[in-house]
Design a protein around this ligand. Sequence first.
Ligand code: UDP
Ligand code: MG
Length: 307
Amino acid sequence: MSKKLSVVVSVYNEEAALPLFYQTTKPILEALPWDWEILFVNDGSVDGSLTCLREFAARESRVKLVSFSRNFGHEAAMLAGIDHASGDGIVCMDADLQHPPECLPEIVAKLEEGCGVISMVRTRNASAGLLKNITSAGFYWVINRLAEIHLEPNASDFFALSRQAADVLRMHYREKVRFLRGYVQNIGFHRVTIEYEARDRVAGESKYSLRKLFAFSMNAILCFSNLPLRLGIFAGIFAALCGVAVMIYTLCTRGGAPSGYATIVIVNCFMFAMLFVIVGIIGEYIAILFSELKDRPLYIVEEKENL
Ligand code: UDP
Ligand code: MG
């Protein structure tokens, strides 16, 4: 029996892009040596995406649909797709054709060779704009210095997994605060990278604002590094050294206490600032612990078609 490829597509308000995505991808899948399924995950779209996906599913049984009760985010949608996929290989991609379906034959060839993880690396991101490209480079620079593991700077949410690698994500890595792209790169297995050129979105607009990207980057750092927690130790040592220096200075000058109102206020502000930043960082980690403890669902499914 031939093997099967599952294509997981996360969809959030993509009614304008979906028909073109389906029209472009289906003939490419038909030409593959493997059987296929497309698993659309509707992440609480408020436009006509769900109606469009129901139509695809009604016409073709290999089109599967998982629809969330509300918006849970792109990563939750990818995880739901991976959870419901039944293929021997699973590819996650965007619905906006930024991830070219023309790469699918090459991905299948790599899966056939026995690769466990295939990371698709962008050579050029035409649509992202200068600001997004600079902030993205800055983020990877920071995280690669803080984290114990290495993260590929141009890796995207376009990746493929063998069934065995997907099982790792299905059973483990069920964290509430997460960085899926980072997990994919660090679960091991035989990993290869394939380069692709990210295109412009065919329709609609990007769902990732800079604010969302900042929150996403903070989560990634918190998931992959405990170094920010050690900041308190460094700050403490720094404050102690400053204290010793001032003490020695005071003892040596013997001039009694200098009339240093400004100095006292500045030092106080500085010390409290350090303290509050550190308390804030600890707070972030406690918030993660709290959300893990509450153990709320990663996503809630309202409707399924052809599954
Ligand atoms: N997406 C999603 N849930 C969200 C935001 C986005 O499922 O809350 C989907 C979106 O429909 C798209 C993919 O995730 O298929 C990537 O989003 P987008 O293209 O907006 O991000 P960009 O490519 O601009 O980084
Ligand atoms: Mg996109």
